[in-house]
Design a protein around this ligand. Structure first.
Ligand code: C2E
Ligand code: CA
Ligand code: CA
Length: 624
């Protein structure tokens, strides 16, 4: 590792310097020494040369051990042959201990200390008991040189080692400061949404808890405003993520201008924003105004990549502690209120109330039930006849799913289909409905009702895995139904902003011979471009316009316009929700071709539908 290498290199360099200085010192002393002392000094210098060699070969561990042991032994030998425990060589002992602590560590320090203690003690005792003869010299000039050199050697070595330690400390302090700085930076980043620069969910949660504690002491409440763009996905899908990101940033800027300095605006994720603000008693009106101004801000057009983009927003408000004490609870309730606003037609806001929670709990248990319903055979497919009202004959049927509960009651598909879509279970359910419908229609044809078709409602989720054409083909093959007898009903909203992914699958299905009908026409965008692009064969006029025909004049021009437009595009028109004869007559006078509704029959079980068909065959002229 680089840090170790650096450390080893430094230690080796220090050992080289120390051995050089020590050799110089020993050499100086040797100039004024004689006899055995001189012998030991040369021995010491030889060892120092070995130390220098190891240091030079980057083996600082061996160099340190060798240095301290050889110098200590040399000093001890010098003391032994001279003045024993009183010898000035022992002046260098403490310095050797300090070096060993700095350079070596415990495994060097303690043995060395033990050796010195033993040597001093044993030499002292032996001298005192007369077993060893110490030689006490008269003070001479060379002793001054000995002391000076020892002090210079140990002083110099001590100085460079301590200086290294100090530098190390300083660099550690600097490192520490940098780590702290980075920590703060990471902390700040962890609290910021990278796309918009607004606070993020984490920060908001911490702030919520802090302010909530504060609030509880007084009598104020905290308001959480949950804001969600209504039609952001089509922007992302059709113009790309870069455009979507720009829109979110611009939206963040607009919202930032609306909040008070003390409020916190955060991006909660995706196209969701959240505002946390204090709310003193009687201040609810201000919160409602804030919600409204955010919705207004979203409605102002955005200009991105030379394109004018229009979106809208919905908001939900919940208060702490009234609607919950924890952050997650209050957010969940503000979210539910926001969903209510969307369900109530979008582009508006709602304040949470307990009924929303009950509804959501019911939905939750329904979702759990959905998972088992298919396995337990709780679903069935009902068929509602579709009639050619010009030729007074049954031409097909719409397949409508039914979910019967154990108590015999039915859950409306309008309720459970959106749940099945949001959980993805619709893929399996839709596949099952498709299979049942094709098998049933093939049976009608075998029973002699040639030319009968079946219309199956399709969810956009069923396009997601990309293999809808493959699945349809397999079902057609299995059931023996000609592709021309199958119609898939799609709503316009499914096609808006949908990608080439959907287009490709629809083209492939079209090539198979499968037809498409646009369901609930008139309630969505009523955009002709989509009809052409997706090769629709039929338009189904939504029952809300049809049912008004018999009673009011208001819907007649609209239905008339749809029929004329369909005619000019060579599309057939099916009117749904015909409940009485007056409506039927109106449709006939407007030139409508086909219809379905309670006037003839509600959706029937497979068996009942066959019986109904057989009964009608016998009584054709009374149909229309
Ligand atoms: P939709 O496709 O618009 O289906 C027509 C709805 O109008 C059906 O309600 C039908 O029972 C009802 N209806 C038919 N004739 C009349 C009439 O004369 N008067 C009135 N007032 N209503 C009439 P249903 O069966 O409750 O289905 C509701 C919606 O659930 C359907 O609307 C469709 O969007 C969806 N759905 C039903 N089955 C399926 C399915 O298998 N898959 C998918 N993805 N969606 C389904
Ligand atoms: Ca339908
Ligand atoms: Ca419909």
């Amino acid at each position: 590792m680089p840090a170790d290498f650096h450390n080893d290199a430094l230690r080796s360099r220090r050992m080289l310097q120390i051995s050089a200085v020590s050799s110089a010192g020993l050499f100086l002393i040797s100039l004024v020494a004689d006899g055995r002392i001189l012998l030991y000094l040369w021995g010491g210098m030889l060892m120092l040369a070995a130390v220098a060699w190891f240091a030079w070969r980057q083996r600082p561990g061996i160099a340190v051990n060798l240095f301290l042991w050889s110098i200590t032994l040399m000093l001890s030998a010098l003391a032994w042959i001279s003045e024993g425990v009183r010898d000035m060589s022992l002046l260098a002992y403490p310095a050797m201990l300090v070096f060993s602590a700095i350079l070596g560590g415990r495994r060097l320090f303690f043995p060395l200390l033990l050796f010195m203690l033993l040597f001093a003690t044993v030499t002292g005792i032996l001298t005192l008991t007369g077993l060893h003869q110490a030689y006490y010299y008269e003070l001479a000039y060379r002793h001054i040189i000995f002391v000076d050199v020892i002090l210079l050697m140990t002083g110099f070595s001590g100085y460079i080692l301590i200086r290294d330690q100090r530098r190390l400390m300083a660099s550690l302090r600097e490192e520490n400061r940098r780590v702290k700085e980075n920590e703060n930076l990471i902390g700040a980043l962890a609290n910021v949404d990278q796309l918009t620069g607004l606070a993020n969910r984490r920060y908001l949660e911490t702030e919520f808890q802090r302010r909530y504690r504060h609030c509880r002491d007084g009598d104020c409440q905290l308001a959480v405003l949950f804001f969600d763009l209504d039609n952001f996905k089509p922007v992302n899908d059709s113009l790309g993520h870069a455009a979507g990101d720009t829109l979110l940033r611009q939206m963040a800027e607009r919202m930032n201008k609306l909040i008070a300095p003390d409020d916190i605006l955060c991006r909660f994720g995706g196209d969701e924003f959240l505002v946390l603000t204090g709310c003193a008693p009687g201040e609810e009106k201000r919160i409602h105004q804030l919600a409204q101004s955010m919705i207004d801000a979203a409605t102002r057009p955005f200009f991105i990549m030379d394109t004018l983009i229009e979106v809208s927003g919905s908001a939900g408000v919940a208060y702490a502690p009234r609607h919950g004490e924890s952050f997650s609870e209050v957010c969940k309730h503000a979210d539910l209120a926001m969903y209510q606003a969307k369900a109530d037609g979008r582009h508006t806001y709602r304040v949470y109330d307990d009924s929303m929670d009950r509804v959501s709990r019911e939905k939750l248990s329904m979702t759990a039930g959905l998972r088992d319903a298919l396995k337990n055979g709780e679903f069935s497919v009902y068929y509602q006849p579709q009639l050619d009202i010009r030729q007074a004959r049954v031409c097909g049927a719409e397949a409508l799913i039914r979910w019967q509960q154990s108590d015999g009651t039915f859950v409306s598909p309008a309720e459970f289909i959106p749940l099945a879509e949001s959980t993805g279970i619709i893929v399996e359910i839709g596949h099952w409905v498709l299979r049942q419908s094709c098998i049933a229609c093939a049976q009608w044809q075998r029973l002699g009702f040639a030319g009968m078709t079946v219309s199956v409602n399709l969810s956009y989720v069923q396009f997601r895995d990309g293999d809808l054409p493959g699945k349809v083909k397999a079902i057609l093959r299995e059931s023996g139904l000609p592709a021309q007898a199958l119609e898939l009903e799609l709503t316009e909203s499914m096609l808006i902003g949908e990608s080439v992914h959907v287009q490709r699958q629809m083209d492939e299905l079209h090539r198979l011979g499968v037809r498409f009908a646009i369901d609930d026409f008139g309630t969505g965008y009523s955009n002709l471009g989509y009809l052409k692009r997706f090769n629709a064969a039929r338009l189904k006029i939504d029952k809300s316009f049809v049912s008004g025909l018999g009673t009011s004049e208001r819907d007649r021009p609209l239905v008339s316009a749809i029929i004329q437009m369909a005619d000019s595009l060579d599309l057939a028109v099916v009117a749904e929700g015909v409940e009485d004869e007056t409506t039927l007559m109106q449709l006939q006078s407007l030139g409508c071709h086909e219809a379905q509704g309670y006037y003839w029959s509600p959706a029937l079980t497979g068996d009942h539908f066959v019986r109904w068909l057989q009964a009608q065959a016998a009584d054709m002229e009374n149909l229309c």
